[in-house]
Design a protein around this ligand. Structure first.
Ligand code: SF4
Length: 380
């Protein structure tokens, strides 16, 4: 039983009931058959997840879309996820979303012009080099080298994944961030640096796991004056981005849970603040959190620091355990929550009518460059 309040069922005023939308979705799915695949991210509400042909994290879902033969992929998640699906699927597959207004506030914190400005400033001010000036940027650099290797989290726009691909860089997920940052450092060389965006917390937590200290990391806020002397001493330049959901978790919440349940286990997402990750028993991706709850002994009390829809689903799935959200007040991802069953029903019905609506389409050059960065990640 979760401490978090139950999420209100979000009906849209003057419209059908949730059950009526569910009927419309089922009917449309039946008509479309295997022409359509509905993907549901772990953070989606139950009334969406129940219609999903696959659930998972963003990269896993995009790969499943690419492996499927469905002509239409309807991504119930946020914008960057649908972009990744379009990059990985073939030209005959059409990727769409129930509403294109569902963005990710963290991904939006880093845009291409700001990252390009940061990149050029670092190269010029610190006398660093672009990895593509090497014959093969995929090979380890020498101890004398000084390359600036860009790394972007999966939670970023296609334009940034393409930027990284063009500059000999790489994409990471919260599962493989450590391996990817180790790869990047060996490509930077002994005097080089890694520029990581957009989530400073994932970058910081991962660098600490690799044995680095606070002085090895600096935060780049594009709205502030930069201290290049300090940046020059660091190995990691972390973009000033964060997740509005995961930054709500605090050490106080963990302490309060342990006061009530001294044997409680605590697992959090690495997008949480460093102090929260340190205070937890474990941290990892959404899939890691799911496995942690599944593997905990029966009767365990587990405090979880991630999005409430996933926590509540885990709590109902593992009824022999008490799974609590660390935050007493409900903390859904507001942009994920924009995907309402009404919009899913309308999207499926528009596909039946042959309308081109809410389609996510990445141009060929951007896809080609982004794939370079994604392929490097797959090789790590
Ligand atoms: S939970 Fe955070 S990172 Fe994930 S989509 Fe929402 S705002 Fe973005």
């Amino acid at each position: 039983m979760s401490l978090g309040l139950p999420l209100a069922s979000c009906s849209i005023e003057g419209e059908d009931s949730d059950e009526a939308y569910a009927d419309r979705i089922r009917e449309a799915k039946e008509k479309l058959g295997n022409r359509v695949m509905i993907l549901g991210h772990h953070y989606q509400r139950d009334s969406i997840v129940e219609h999903a042909d696959a659930t998972g994290d963003s990269f896993r879902l995009s790969k499943m879309a690419a492996d499927s033969t469905a002509e239409h992929i309807v991504f119930c998640g946020v914008h960057f996820m649908a972009e990744s699906a379009d990059i990985l699927t073939n030209d005959q597959q059409i990727v769409s979303m129930p509403t294109t207004r569902a963005g990710c506030s963290m991904a939006d914190m880093a845009n291409l012009p700001d990252v390009e400005e940061c990149w050029h400033s670092l190269i010029e001010e610190l006398d660093l080099r672009d990895p593509i000036s090497r014959e093969n940027p995929d090979l380890p650099a020498s101890e004398d080298d000084n390359f600036l290797v860009p790394v972007t989290y999966m939670n970023s726009s296609a334009a940034l994944k393409a930027f990284v691909g063009r500059h000999g860089g790489i994409v990471c997920t919260s599962t493989n961030a450590k391996g990817v940052l180790e790869w990047a450092l060996t490509r930077a060389g002994g005097f080089g640096k890694v520029l990581f965006f957009p989530d400073q917390h994932l970058g910081r937590n991962t660098a600490f796991k690799m044995g680095f200290q606070s002085e090895d990391m600096v935060v780049w806020n594009p709205r502030e004056i930069q201290n290049f002397e300090q940046i020059n001493l660091a190995r990691f330049v972390l973009w000033h981005g964060f997740c509005s959901v995961h930054q709500r978790f605090t050490v106080d919440q963990i302490n309060r849970l342990r006061e009530s349940f001294p044997d409680a286990l605590v697992v959090v997402h690495p997008e949480c603040d460093r102090k929260v990750v340190q205070a937890a028993d474990a941290d990892g991706s959404t899939d890691f959190i799911r496995c942690y709850c599944a593997d905990a002994p029966s009767g365990s009390v587990i405090g979880v620091g991630t999005e409430i829809n996933l926590v509540q689903r885990l709590d109902s799935q593992y009824s022999d355990k008490e799974i609590h959200c660390l935050d007493d007040s409900v903390c859904p991802c507001s942009t994920m929550y924009m995907i309402h069953p009404k919009f899913l029903a309308e999207q499926l019905e528009s596909i039946i009518k042959g309308e081109k609506r809410n389609i996510i389409s990445i141009d060929e050059q951007t896809s080609t460059d982004a794939i370079k960065a994604l392929n490097r990640m797959l090789e790590v």
